[in-house]
Design a protein. Structure first.
Length: 407
């Protein structure tokens, strides 16, 4: 129990994301755990923790969710929440990195996770503006139309439906001037604050205890148990402990396979004149830096991008202004409309990996300690995959795809 710092300390986000001002993003929590021993302790109270807790909360198991912040107030509230099966690294490129069978399994698993997340939200009746959408993936400076055609073929070959659109079709159907695009199904968008809070409230009704304002500072596996220390000097033991600490990952997992970068986002005023098709599509592009956008339920355009490979740049006030101006200019030019002065501009830390894959599983040399690092543009989809993998392990089984994401 002698690590100087257990999880990496960050501000996580700067300025005020849109969703903070929406209703139902808070969750009742206690200041202290009610007991000293649990079946499972989940560290963090963002979307990853909410989905892991949801998968494990069977009404019998004792589960503690513990966060040093208030629930839902880490990265999840800053998310633009485009819920996609498309991974940052295109399938045909991932096949070159990890082999065709594994790359196909990853993409297939991602598609199933989006569908499963939709089912969960529906079955629990969570009011979070979750809406099924199609994805339009536009050609850009990284992949032109020929590469997108190859990508669409790779996806169809893997059983993941994707339609290639040429320049004329992109203009005719969407009024966008790009050399090509892939149109695919299996996406959604939601209010990530309401999604996370709704899931956490649902787990509370199944007996999950939520404590906030208390940091886990040290950890040790002893025999079949894990003991965690809190910042106020108490010891908590559990059969399993799951770190869902987002970009404040466990220090022992620091590696050159993943990095923390900076990202920016904005939301327009509601009710601006947007093309009708945007209500049923989310859009991103094969460019670096890339631009991505969606609409919100109250008729705003929510746009993000301009990622920078610097873990602190999101804290700069001048960059907040210049990066969001660039985003505004780019999206206005693409859609050929002036989206006006944004009502919200925010910046945040963001995690990426070289393969675009999340890191999920048991922490090396720490029995019964798991970590969920859903790094990448579809982090929410990865949180659902993590919930499935971790719950299988805690239940004594092994998810057939666990090897794809293991540390
Ligand atoms: C601007 C932006 C846009 C994004 N857009 C998308 C998108 O469109 N689609 C998508 O799928 N994903 C997107 N993502 C990624 C997605 O939002 C993240 O993957 C997801 O929110 C991470 O959730 P989490 O629960 O893992 O982390 P968090 O929400 O950050 O929760 C982790 C929690 O752990 C707590 N914690 C950390 N250390 C400790 C400790 N030692 N003790 C106690 N508590 C601790 C923190 O306080 C924090 O609340 C975006 C992210 C950002 C920032």
């Amino acid at each position: 129990m002698n690590s100087p710092q257990l999880t990496r300390e960050r501000d996580l986000r700067d300025s005020r994301p849109l969703w903070i001002d929406t209703p139902r993003v808070s969750v009742r929590s206690s200041k202290q755990p009610a007991r000293s021993s649990y079946d499972v302790i989940i560290v963090g109270a963002g979307i990853s923790a909410a989905l892991v807790a949801n998968a494990l909360a069977d009404g019998n198991r004792s589960i503690l969710v513990i966060d040093k912040r208030s629930p839902v107030k880490g990265s999840s509230i800053a998310s633009t929440a485009m819920i996609q099966h498309e991974i940052d690294v295109p399938l045909h490129q991932l096949q070159g990195m990890i082999g065709k069978p594994d790359a196909n399994r990853v993409w297939q698993r991602s598609a199933r996770a989006v569908m499963r997340l939709n089912e969960i939200v529906q079955s629990l009746d969570i009011s979070c503006a979750m809406k099924r959408k199609k994805t339009l993936y536009l050609a850009g400076d990284e992949l032109g139309s020929r590469a997108l055609r190859t990508e669409a073929d790779a996806r169809n070959d893997a059983g993941i439906k994707a339609s290639f659109l040429d320049k004329n079709s992109v203009m005719a159907e969407f009024g966008l001037d790009r050399s090509g695009a892939i149109l695919s199904d299996i996406s959604a968008s939601a209010n990530p604050g309401q999604l996370t809070a709704g899931l956490l409230r649902s787990t509370q009704s199944r007996g999950v205890e939520i404590v906030s304002g208390l940091e886990i500072t040290a950890l040790k596996s002893i025999g079949g148990e894990v003991v965690a220390a809190t910042a106020d000097g108490r010891l908590l033991s559990a059969g399993n402990i799951v770190f869902c600490t987002g970009y404040e990952f466990l220090e022992t997992l620091a590696s050159d396979k993943h990095e923390i970068i900076s990202t920016w986002a904005l939301a327009s005023k509601p009710g601006i004149a947007l093309p009708d098709w945007l209500n049923s599509h989310i859009v991103w592009e094969a460019s670096d830096p890339y631009l991505y956008f969606r609409t919100s339920q109250d008729g705003r355009l929510v746009v993000g991008g301009e990622d920078e490979s610097n873990e602190n740049a999101y804290q700069s006030a001048s960059k907040l202004k210049s990066k969001t101006e660039t985003i505004r200019r780019k999206v206005s030019a693409l859609l050929r409309i002036d989206i006006g002065e944004p009502e919200y501009r925010w910046a945040a830390a963001f995690g990426s990996t070289s393969t675009g894959l999340p890191l999920i599983g048991e922490v090396p040399d720490m029995k019964n300690v798991y970590s969920v690092m859903g790094f990448g543009g579809n982090g929410i989809t990865f949180s659902q995959i993590a919930a499935e993998i971790v719950s299988s392990a805690v239940n004594g089984g092994r998810d057939p795809d666990a090897d794809l994401f293991a540390f």
